[in-house]
Ligand binder design. Structure first.
Ligand code: TLP
Length: 355
């Protein structure tokens, strides 16, 4: 018991900027979860899941929605519902389903990714998309789908504009392809662009968004699309073992996420700006442009320190940041990061670079 309390206190004192996935549910969510009316969702009988799905579909302007355990499963269910084995998907070389979903589309769907270079603004060049679409020839795989990501995680959390998405939608339609958006952080994009999320996803046939990132729900994402598409995705979710039973316990938190947590995302963006501006003052760091709640930065040439030493030294000060690969560091603001946490983080960097 003493160990548990010590562990919780330690966690509460830590400023965890590794991701917005680390967010705990709010007290209101925990209470709603305890009270949730439930049923067997594989029978379609969980009233709370059904309510979340209706709400999500309405927010995305689509006919139907499907609650899934994770963003990765939402993307995979979408790809499997759109594509046959041997089909090709056009997506960015920095897209989450390409880089960070364990090669699931290939491993489980026999789907071939055709990557195009993501531009720094998260977009794919329209002419390059068009040039990548295969002719009808037995030698080639069949191009089936184009997928975008909004906001774009690896491109510094940049939001993709409604105009750009409309242009991609027109191109995709012209070639009779399907169009999926990984909108894990679509509400961050909507907030940053001051555009309704519905408008950002209107040209897409399917969209996944996450409840368990900046919106604080403990688990879950929602895949939205036409009724016919969601019926296919429901079958895929079952095949993937994602049919949940009394999932209303989780959906209850998701409903609060959608109703109460969307409008406050602007605060996370303001704090990210404050943090990015503060970090940019250190000559040891090169900070990439900040747009939403994601800040990416690297060591500048002037720094003599090794990245893992910096991560470890910050951890000693109770600050956790993401680090890995060629992209350097990542800090992500979220509900549990307040103004004081930002200032403490900057103070910790000052100490680390002074020592
Ligand atoms: N991203 C995670 C890590 O996997 C990198 C993070 O910490 O940012 N799409 C996008 C754009 C995402 O950023 C993520 C999670 C997912 C899909 C997958 O969501 P989950 O983790 O719920 O499967």
């Amino acid at each position: 018991m003493i160990m548990l309390v010590a562990c919780i206190l330690n966690k509460m004192n830590t400023i965890d900027l590794r991701s917005d996935t680390v967010t705990w549910p709010t007290q209101e969510m925990r209470e709603a979860m305890a009270r949730a009316e439930v049923g067997d969702d594989v029978y379609g009988e969980d009233p709370t899941v059904n309510r979340l799905q209706e709400l999500a579909a309405e927010r995305m302007g689509k006919e139907a929605a499907l609650f899934v355990p994770s963003g990765a499963m939402g993307n995979l269910a979408a790809l499997l519902a759109h594509c046959q084995r041997g089909d090709e998907v056009i997506l960015g070389d920095l897209a989450h389903p390409y880089l960070y979903e364990g090669g699931a589309m290939a491993a489980l769907g026999g789907i071939q990714p055709r990557t195009l270079r993501n531009q720094p603004d998260g977009t794919l060049i329209l002419d390059e998309i068009e040039a990548a679409i295969r002719e009808d020839d037995v030698h080639y795989p069949i191009t089936r789908l184009v997928a975008l990501e909004n906001t774009h995680n690896r491109c510094n959390g940049v939001p993709l504009s409604a105009d750009y998405i409309r242009s991609v939608g027109e191109l995709v339609k012209k070639h009779k392809l399907a169009f999926h958006i990984d909108g894990a952080r679509i509400f961050n994009a909507a907030m940053a662009l001051d555009t309704p999320a519905k408008r950002l996803v209107a040209p897409a046939d399917s969209i996944t968004f996450c409840l368990s990132k900046g919106l604080c729900a403990p688990v879950g994402s929602v895949l939205c699309g036409s009724k016919e598409f969601i019926a296919r995705a429901l079958r895929v979710r079952k095949q993937l073992g994602g049919g949940m039973r009394q999932a209303g316990i989780l959906a209850a938190a998701g409903i609060i996420a959608l109703e109460k947590m969307v409008d406050r995302l602007a605060e996370d963006h303001q704090r990210a700006k404050r943090l990015a501006d503060g970090l940019a003052e250190f000559p040891q760091l090169r900070v990439f442009p900040q747009y939403t709640n994601i800040i990416r930065f690297q060591l500048s040439d002037e720094s003599k320190m090794k990245p893992d030493k910096i991560v470890a030294a910050l951890a000693k000060e109770g600050i956790r940041i993401g680090h890995g690969g060629p992209w350097g560091f990542r800090a992500v603001t979220h509900y549990w990061i307040d103004d004081a946490a930002i200032e403490k983080t900057l103070a910790a960097f000052r100490k680390v670079f002074k020592d």
